[in-house]
Write a protein that binds this ligand. Sequence first.
Ligand SMILES: Cc1ncc(COP(=O)(O)O)c(C=O)c1O
Length: 383
Amino acid sequence: MKKKKIPFGMPLIDEFEHKAVRNVMSSPQLVHGPKAKKFEEKFGNFIGGKFCVSLNSCTAGLHLSYMYFGIGEGDEVIVPAQSHVATAHAVEYTGAKPIFVDVEKKTGNIDITQIQDRITNRTKAIGLVHFAGLPVDMRPIIKIAKKNNLFVVEDAALALGAKYNNMHVGLLGDVGSFSFYPVKHITTAEGGMLVTKNEKLFKAAMRLKAFGYDKMVGERRTQGLYDVDILGYNFRMNEIQASIGIEQLKKLKGFLRKRKKNSQILRKNLNEFEEIRCLEDGNEIKEHANYCLIIVLNSKLAKQRFEVMKKLKEFGIGTSIYYPGPIPNFKYYRQKYNLKKNHYPNALEISMNSIALPVGPHLDSEDMLYISNCLKNIIFKEK
Ligand SMILES: Cc1ncc(COP(=O)(O)O)c(C=O)c1O
């Protein structure tokens, strides 16, 4: 086998992004300009929703959402134990307490059957995650949220392109947030987008992301004159980032097609290995965004997980781990809330025994074949 170079993720930037950035750089407006507005409009067109707020990260979108709902000290928010730490940090920033719930073994998404038991009279919201691009089963979530009067915040950092019942994720709950970090479905280097169907929330987020100014730059009758009546942050996306995002969006449909094709080939090739299982694929109701393909090694092979990753690297294949531990096991949360390490068995299994394989649009079917052949080679020797 001829050695290939297969990075886990790679932003696909070409002359269009370069030109767009150069144009902004030679304009007088690097922030507060037309590019962020255009990116918001185009993003809204893509997902089928009109209220989008460009931000400097997905985390900022989650944080602003909880702020808008008035969530703070004394409140609780249900979150999955298996996610990026940002999912819980966004709750922490407000002074509220994240309440961790284990995930489903098959999907890595929050175990809906465990949510009701964790709801108390302090619970104000469910902050869910469409893990690795597979939509959460939203129908029962909305039912629980309605019954208990809870807000639903969708962390869609890894799920651009994912749909549930034909509706794009992010628009299914009260508010959603996307990430444009370099290895995501599209990138703006760093960046995020808050989306909502709620115009009031949209207007508030626009102010909260910019210090709480009562008038945006274009709305001021006298330049530099404004009042401030809320404690806003500086979470804005700048014009350079937005100009990259506009170009990336033009390629998104093609990116998603490639991701889907790559994932399907890899899943099919890996099917024959009894030592590993893939996290569940989408179906007619759940359109998967195929951020990566997560394989869970059986307990025997899992003991050699780092060895397997090292060997894949020697074959030129980049991998990753989503995520390095259930959030409640991270020192900050464990110590602050006196949490027990073994309370989240499925999250623990996924974080300790899994490897995330690349399926991004920088790769093709030959690469998928190469990955499965290399894995076969490694697993066979590890046995
Ligand atoms: C599920 C999830 N939420 C939030 C984030 C944070 O996104 P950002 O870096 O845009 O704030 C990440 C980052 O990978 C993530 O995986």
